[in-house]
Design a protein around this ligand. Sequence first.
Ligand SMILES: NC(=O)c1ccc[n+]([C@@H]2O[C@H](COP(=O)([O-])OP(=O)(O)OC[C@H]3O[C@@H](n4cnc5c(N)ncnc54)[C@H](OP(=O)(O)O)[C@@H]3O)[C@@H](O)[C@H]2O)c1
Length: 363
Amino acid sequence: MALQASSLLPALSVRKERRVRLGGGVRAQTTTTSPSTTVSSPDAKKTLRKGTVIITGASSGLGLATAKALAETGKWHVIMACRDFLKAERAAKSVGMNKENYSVIHLDLASLDSVRQFTDNFRRSGRPLDALVCNAAVYLPTAKEPTFTADGFELSVGTNHLGHFLLARLLLDDLKKSDYPSRRLIIVGSITGNTNTLAGNVPPKADLGDLRGLAGGLNRLNTSSMINGGEFDGAKAYKDSKVCNMLTMQEFHRRFHEETGVTFASLYPGCIATTGLFRSHIPLFRILFPPFQKYITKGFVSEEESGKRLAQVVTDPSLGKSGVYWSWNKDSASFQNQLSEEASDPEKARKLWELSEKLVGLA
Ligand SMILES: NC(=O)c1ccc[n+]([C@@H]2O[C@H](COP(=O)([O-])OP(=O)(O)OC[C@H]3O[C@@H](n4cnc5c(N)ncnc54)[C@H](OP(=O)(O)O)[C@@H]3O)[C@@H](O)[C@H]2O)c1
């Protein structure tokens, strides 16, 4: 298990308080030894220590861009939760992340044991948890046959939804304990799971049906490998997993926001056509997709811009509302977006939650 030595150091920082004169007025200013932090929201004055954020899949694409954006503020320590330790270290170096602003802890979302091990390793680091970003995903649009996680679930739903479901459930306790002014749990969604959009209507469409495949364990032994019980389709499995991500965020909000004060949110960061997500697509698609998104649909977003957007959802006081699915317009201004009927169905969310609890061993 790859647990970086520096992650074992507690994130406690020494505070000094002094009186400073600013524009005629006098106010208390709190500084931390490393690094100094200035936070302007009234809530944030409760503590000025460095925040700790876990980002899954921070070794490339959106996750890496978000890790970079948060790390370079100096206000966040990023835990890169990744399945390939060396790749994550190299990725952090390649974007110039400073060693003191991140750690890598091994996490393979396609194994429930690994998720539990990750949680233990994180707790052993002694750091508080202030934000969790469930970002990692696999997309297997050309797969002819399903592949499976260590626990026998179809790989896309097993990784993107069930692995994150267990992780988020376990780490909610840690978020509850944090004294950080705004604690957030973010699950990355997608337009492709939302059938109220043009992109979401490109076949095969997301459709969880009555969840009979999930109820059977998605293992292809007693049941289908697809949530709705249908024939395997890799592109649909990804879209279904994204619907699960968005439903899960809302169910977290309904069950825990009032009690815990934690903000639960999802987002569509834009079409980041250059990331590794499309790595298993046919070569022609990979060549044509970025210019198509840039010049035809104009929905293209750079990795850097998408990272800034997700970092906003982690830290920006104006994006602190819980239960929201964030999107950005052409001028990069954020707004609360509408989810499709299925992706906002509370009864489906409840059923998904209960079945997922059973599959990951929480019920
Ligand atoms: N790209 C887009 O246009 C787009 C649009 C909407 C939403 N999104 C969402 O954005 C998120 C990030 O995607 P991306 O575009 O940045 O793709 P990406 O570059 O392929 O990043 C995916 C990350 O997930 C990691 N990962 C995959 N399987 C894992 C596992 N079993 N355990 C731990 N980590 C695992 C990958 O690790 P390795 O580096 O080891 O492979 C990689 O770091 C996803 O949730 C995706 O659905 C993307």
